[in-house]
Design a protein around this ligand. Sequence first.
Ligand SMILES: Nc1ncnc2c1ncn2[C@@H]1O[C@H](COP(=O)(O)OP(=O)(O)OP(=O)(O)O)[C@@H](O)[C@H]1O
Length: 276
Amino acid sequence: MSTITAEKKTKGFVENGLFPSNEVMLDLKQLKKVYPTPKGDYVVLEDLNLQIRKEEFVTIIGHSGCGKTTMLSMIAGLNPISGGNISVLGRHIKGPGPDRGVIFQAPSLMPWMTSLQNVLLGVNQVFPDATKAQRNDIAKYYLQKVGLEDAFNKRASDLSQGMQQRVGIARAFAIKPKVLLLDEPFGMLDSLTRGELQDTLIDIWNKEKITAVMITHDVDEAIFLADRVVMMTSGPRAKIGDVLNIDFERPRTRKTVLEHDDYYKYRKHLIDFLEH
Ligand SMILES: Nc1ncnc2c1ncn2[C@@H]1O[C@H](COP(=O)(O)OP(=O)(O)OP(=O)(O)O)[C@@H](O)[C@H]1O
């Protein structure tokens, strides 16, 4: 047990993440994933236990290939579970559902459709009983929240990568999921655009307060965004190796985070974990 985690434990952190059930949004129990390969079964994840609370922002870090995407895609219901279970608000998931929105590294928009049409694709599916005007309002509201009020009618193929990812964020929030799953959403962006999109994401999240689980390779991003940083051990048979509570007040700015006394302590803790 690390010093930082131990310190936080006295402030209410419960080891193994066993929180009161009414606080838990997402519960991964004894999760296991096995991929069949020509050389036999490959056990990527085993005995992975993690609870994530309502309204919590959790970032996931771990070495390349340890199984982060595997875990996230299982939560999304896009990848079958080999053992254990995953529940959202106490109900075992059986596949994908509108209670979980996903943002991938590449936003995978329909290139010939406009920003608005791309966001409406999800909104129309999830709110079939709303009027056309209501659905348009929802889509436009979120596009405006991500700073695309002037690009409703621009085709996705005419947008920069950063703007496309903004549409991806709007599309995910617009279906009003309970849980937002983000798989390295800013991994392909330059650092300036990346910083801008982190700000946009956290601004909307601050207002909507949905539970967010985000994979990142960037230690600074992991700290800036998260309430807790979850560290995965290296595979095979990866599990949760450590959890770091990030106690910075919200709303946060990059400047206040960088100037905070604990910042380099947190950073060192994560880097030490990744280097060992
Ligand atoms: N469909 C599959 N069949 C067999 N092996 C797979 C399959 N998908 C992933 N793997 C293997 O499972 C392991 C975990 O992959 P995964 O993509 O989940 O890791 P990751 O931590 O997200 O990696 P990265 O950080 O590089 O994105 C890797 O060794 C990968 O090669």
